[in-house]
Design a binder for this molecule. Structure first.
Ligand code: SAH
Length: 416
């Protein structure tokens, strides 16, 4: 950022300067410093999108999308009814016409938050929530030197970016030590997104907060009542519960996650949404073909594996380097192999990531086609852009500068 001194907090809501020529290595380094995105990430965006779009995408990645999407639980209620109820409660809710189960609320901002004399450093993910208007809870606090209950404070990211101004609800030492409790009540944040989890429609299981591309992925798979679906990386259950909903309660979704605590979140969501056809299991999905014989011959597999999350918005800064990208791509290939084994002939594999790199997306698909007996299917719900393969495969990419969404990738494959 021109003129920014490293020790001084920057306000990420202020818009960075226009694009210059960033095509050479020093250009990548300049962008990397300006946006606080790793050189490896910037190089990928530059080589995929060229300088002008890479800069636009970086600008977007640092901000939330302008629309906050919710999936409506159409087993219980219509999108029109939920939108009407939200409007009665004072929200500006819109039905999204391109999908049968999506509504959205606008995200407001950016706002100037102003300086306070005391600073609380929040963990990256907590800072990114506070940046959009959430309160800060004790587990999200990294440092709170000299803060007393009742102080007006700035909440900053670990890189010093101011995300909000708020009221300290406990002393600094307590915030750092405690495992729960409200640490800072946010008074003014750079952006304001709706706090969905506090809504009655959320508690009643009428909505699930899910990004637009993630919902599109569910419709791309378009599961049929009666299918056996295995979600190999399911927590917190967005795609698994969507599949169960689209199957209208008939058939079975086996939602698997390696982490016990995350599997609990799937169960909570399943219960909140009132779904009866989702079974949650804790396992390492890389060994399902050996360990869970009852899943062989699945009609469909959902594979939304851990990824480099370069598409996630907002991202105040981004740290993954070359090795991170490479090891995630190879981790994903382990799941792809097992998915190909579990599927019945003619069964469908939905592969998705929330990242923009070629190696985790198109290149993994190209390899799956060559090595695993899978072929690409046309996607019937298509709201993104074409993917990058020369094979002319119908792959779907969501690009933050074009679609007002997180960066996201969707492929639909069939076992031949
Ligand atoms: N599909 C989910 C998001 C998945 S995020 C949704 O739509 O809501 C990726 C998940 O993969 C994480 O919850 C992580 O715990 C899980 N995971 C990582 N490695 C795994 C493994 N080897 N086996 C099963 N799950 C794994």
């Amino acid at each position: 950022m021109s003129g920014r001194k490293p020790a001084e907090p920057e306000n990420p809501g202020s818009s960075p300067g226009g694009p210059a020529s960033f095509n050479d290595a020093s250009g990548a380094a300049t962008l990397s410093e300006k946006y606080l995105f790793s050189p490896a990430a910037v190089r990928r965006l530059l080589s995929l999108y060229g300088a002008v779009r890479a800069v636009r995408i970086l600008d977007e990645l640092k901000t939330p999308p302008r629309r906050y999407f919710l999936r409506v639980n159409t087993l219980k209620v219509s999108p029109e009814d939920v939108a009407a109820r939200l409007r009665e409660e004072g929200f500006e809710a819109h039905v999204y016409p391109e999908l049968p189960d999506a509504i959205y609320l606008p995200v407001k901002g950016p706002f100037e938050v102003g300086r306070a004399s005391k600073v609380i450093v929040a963990r990256k993910d907590a800072a990114e929530s506070v940046y959009q208007g959430a309160n800060l809870y004790a587990p999200g606090v990294l440092e709170a030197k000299g803060v007393k209950e009742g102080d007006i404070v700035n909440v900053v990211s670990p890189r010093g970016q101011i995300v909000a101004k708020g009221l300290a609800m406990m002393d600094g030492e307590e915030m750092v030590a405690r495992r729960e409790g409200l640490a800072v009540k946010t008074l003014r944040s750079v952006y304001v997104a709706p706090s969905v989890r506090e809504l009655d429609v959320y508690r009643e299981g009428l909505v699930y907060d899910q990004s637009l591309p993630a919902m599109v992925a569910g419709h791309v798979l378009s599961p049929k009542p009666g299918w056996l679906i295995v979600d190999m990386c399911a927590a917190p259950g967005g795609k698994a519960t969507h599949a169960a909903q689209l199957m209208r309660g008939e058939g079975r979704v086996v939602a698997i996650d390696r982490s016990e605590s995350k599997a609990r979140r799937i169960r909570e969501n399943v219960q909140r949404l009132g779904l009866r056809n989702v079974e949650v299991r804790v396992a390492d999905s890389r060994y399902l073909d050996i360990e869970m014989e009852d899943l062989a011959g699945a009609d469909a597999i959902i594979l939304d594996p851990p990824c480099s999350a370069l598409g996630v918005r907002p991202s105040l800064y981004y740290e993954k380097g070359e090795r991170g990208f490479a090891s995630l791509a190879s981790y994903q290939r382990q799941f792809l192999k097992v998915a190909a084994k579990l599927l019945r002939k003619g069964g469908l594999l939905l592969y998705s990531t929330c990242t923009l790199t070629l190696e985790e997306n198109e290149l993994n698909i190209v390899r799956a086609i060559k090595e695993l007996g899978l072929r690409v299917r046309v996607q019937r719900v298509f709201l993104g852009s074409q993917g990058f393969t020369e094979l002319g495969q119908p792959l779907q990419r969501f690009e933050p500068d074009l679609h007002d969404t997180p960066g996201f990738f969707v492929a639909l494959l069939e076992k031949s």
